[in-house]
Design a protein around this ligand. Structure first.
Ligand code: HEC
Ligand code: HEC
Ligand code: HEC
Ligand code: HEC
Ligand code: HEC
Ligand code: HEC
Length: 468
């Protein structure tokens, strides 16, 4: 609040004056604004393109904005309300801004915010209370230019078998040629020709001649087959490393690491429900209305988003649902259908799994089950050994040994994960009541005495908790 005039005046008269002042003096951008109101305005109008740090999202970050615009308060207000109009003023700074960003991101859209709103927004931008300092790990991203191009899973086993069959055919043909040549040379030297035995007899004879080598090779193959068979059986139902092709080559690392978009921005239902869900096309459009080109795939992949939602990047407008209004989408396949992402993780129907229970109540990090998603190019089921390597990067990860998504994996973690009793009055209460209840049953009581409660002890090993 500003200092009140020294004389006493009726309250209504005073507030009328204050309103008048704020209506006329809109250019006082750096005056003390309301941070909370500014935050709400910023989130509603600006957050889809701007960050309050100096990170570039779909537009320059707004940190240090006062240093850049300091004296030209009026121009700043004008810029936000009508960027192209402000550019006509010929101001040098605005010209450099336009030269630098418009070719990539297009013009900033005119914002329907008042001078008072802008004052509040600038108050928030300069003192954002909810911005956590960038974590160490965020700074050393591998940029998309350096990331290897990963392929989705394909079955290399088939190629191995095909190669083996080809090798056998060549070997047989070579044996046939060898035999003809031997006969030819014997005939020339007047020796006896090789008998015209059936092929199987010849193979038998050859094997008998080389019986030591043949039995060694045989033993090797039997042992090798047994090991492979055992490993194969142990991998039945294990889906680690599965990474199907996706309709759009979405790259997690570009979004999560380089542009620091939180998992929550796209998978917010992980914090509210059983499912983490895949973001709808609208969510992509919050940024891709402006970001029309990627560094790896250029316009092709992002154009597929426009196809799915019916957006004309040239004019920046949406088209009607039926696509019959003469608009040809970039790939000419627009039919108003959502993007059909392929499911990567898929537990059997008889298993109950809730994200909220693990992420919110259990306080687990996504990486504990999904690995280092911020380095992924193709979405995949994480490998448990890869997750274990992340303990330094993400302190607090629980190390496990069973393959992810198997029952053994769930069970192992429930045996290891400890519950923080102090986190909830509910747990503390139950713990105290159980301790009391178990008086006399020393066997069970000793579980309660160590003050270490695992998920298992709370019932995390009961079949019905996980199975319908
Ligand atoms: C649709 C995306 C978009 C939205 C929404 C948006 N901006 Fe911008 N803004 C841009 C772009 C892009 C630029 C860079 C200049 C250009 O290309 O036009 C920019 C530039 C700016 C600049 C100059 C930055 C600098 O470094 O000097 C300010 C200030 C700004 N915007 C404020 C705002 C405010 C405040 C809001 C919300 C009321 C807002 N913008 C909403 C896209 C957007
Ligand atoms: C910009 C939006 C966005 C952000 C941010 C994002 N994701 Fe995703 N995520 C997607 C999309 C789109 C897919 C589907 C394509 C794919 O599987 O790669 C996906 C897929 C996934 C999958 C596989 C889903 C399945 O089908 O089983 C997991 C797991 C996942 N994300 C975890 C994360 C985690 C953890 C973070 C934060 C570190 C994160 N995501 C951040 C958009 C996002
Ligand atoms: C919070 C903003 C934001 C959201 C939400 C977002 N993206 Fe992006 N996306 C970006 C930025 C920034 C880039 C990087 C552009 C560049 O390469 O400089 C990008 C790049 C891309 C690329 C191009 C990769 C390349 O290098 O060619 C694709 C494809 C893409 N995004 C798909 C999606 C999809 C699909 C969604 C919705 C599930 C989505 N994005 C949501 C900001 C976002
Ligand atoms: C305790 C392990 C665990 C944690 C922690 C976890 N997930 Fe999952 N996630 C799973 C399992 C298991 C599935 C498969 C669920 C199914 O098929 O029903 C899954 C599936 C997904 C999917 C695919 C869509 C869906 O809902 O099935 C996405 C996306 C995802 N997780 C994102 C996240 C994000 C983001 C976080 C962190 C906020 C997270 N997960 C934390 C185990 C976990
Ligand atoms: C990385 C460790 C971890 C993994 C892996 C894990 N969980 Fe959990 N789970 C927890 C924790 C921690 C809790 C306890 C949350 C709380 O109540 O404090 C929990 C709780 C549960 C509960 C509620 C138990 C109760 O007593 O109410 C169910 C059901 C559950 N998990 C199912 C699963 C299933 C199914 C899987 C495998 C697909 C799985 N979990 C994998 C750590 C894990
Ligand atoms: C912490 C969660 C959890 C608990 C507790 C649990 N299971 Fe499971 N169970 C799973 C998961 C996850 C799968 C799926 C594994 C897979 O697809 O490879 C599974 C699979 C199974 C299968 C195999 C079905 C198939 O599709 O191959 C049987 C049988 C089974 N569970 C029985 C039980 C019994 C009996 C108990 C109690 C002693 C129990 N489970 C307790 C999570 C659990």
């Amino acid at each position: 609040m500003r200092a009140l005039p020294v004389f006493q005046a009726p309250k209504t008269f005073l507030s009328a004056c204050v309103m008048l002042v704020s209506l006329t003096a809109t250019a006082g951008v750096w005056d003390e604004g309301d941070i909370e109101a500014g935050q709400a305005l910023f989130n509603a109008n600006c957050a889809s393109c701007h960050k309050v740090t100096n990170e570039v999202l779909a537009a320059p970050g707004l940190a240090g904005i006062a240093d850049r615009w300091g004296a030209s308060e009026e121009l700043l207000v004008k810029w936000i309300q009508n960027p192209q109009g402000a550019a006509e003023s010929g101001d040098g700074y605005i010209k450099s801004l336009v030269d630098r960003y418009v070719p990539t991101y297009g013009w900033m859209t005119a914002q329907a915010v008042s001078g008072e709103d802008i004052k509040n927004i600038m108050a928030y931008v300069q003192n954002p209370p909810d911005v956590v300092p960038v974590a160490e790990s965020g700074s050393d991203c591998v940029t998309v230019d350096e990331l290897p191009i990963e392929e989705a899973s394909n079955d290399s086993g088939v190629w191995f078998v095909l190669l083996l069959v080809m090798f056998l055919i060549i070997a047989m043909a070579a044996a046939g040629v060898n035999r003809s040549l031997t006969n030819a040379s014997r005939e020339r030297e007047g020796e006896e020709l090789l008998g015209d035995l059936p092929y199987s007899e010849r193979v038998k004879a050859w094997m008998w001649e080389n019986r030591v080598a043949v039995s060694l090779v045989g033993v090797f193959f039997v042992a090798y087959g047994a090991v492979l068979g055992y490993q194969g059986l142990m991998r039945v139902g294990v889906v680690e490393g599965y990474k199907p092709n996706q309709p759009i080559k979405f790259i997690h690392s570009v979004h999560v690491c380089e542009n620091e978009v939180d998992c929550k921005y796209c998978h917010h239902s992980a914090y509210e429900s059983k499912h983490a869900g895949i973001p709808s096309t609208n969510v992509c459009m919050n940024c891709h209305k402006a970001v029309k080109k990627g560094r790896r795939y250029g316009e092709t992949e992002i154009a597929k988003i426009y196809d799915a939602i019916g957006f004309d990047p040239e004019s920046g407008t949406y088209v009607d649902g039926d696509g019959n209004n003469g608009y040809t989408s970039p790939q000419d396949t627009y039919n108003g259908e959502p993007i059909r992402w392929n499911k990567v993780h898929n537990l059997p129907d008889h298993v109950y799994f809730s994200h909220q229970q693990h992420v919110v109540v259990g306080g687990l990090q996504c990486q504990n089950c999904h690995g280092d998603v911020e380095t992924y190019t193709v979405g995949r089921v994480a490998n448990v050994d890869d997750i274990n390597l992340l303990v330094d990067k993400y302190p607090g990860l629980i190390e496990l040994s069973k393959p992810t998504l198997t029952m053994g994996w769930c069970i192992e973690c429930h045996n290891k994960a400890e519950i923080d009793l102090a986190s909830s009055g509910y747990y503390e209460d139950i713990h105290a009541r159980l301790k009391d209840h178990l008086r006399g049953n020393e066997e069970l009581r000793k579980y309660m005495e160590d003050d270490k409660i695992t998920v298992k002890e709370l019932g995390g090993w009961e079949c019905a908790k996980c199975h319908y």
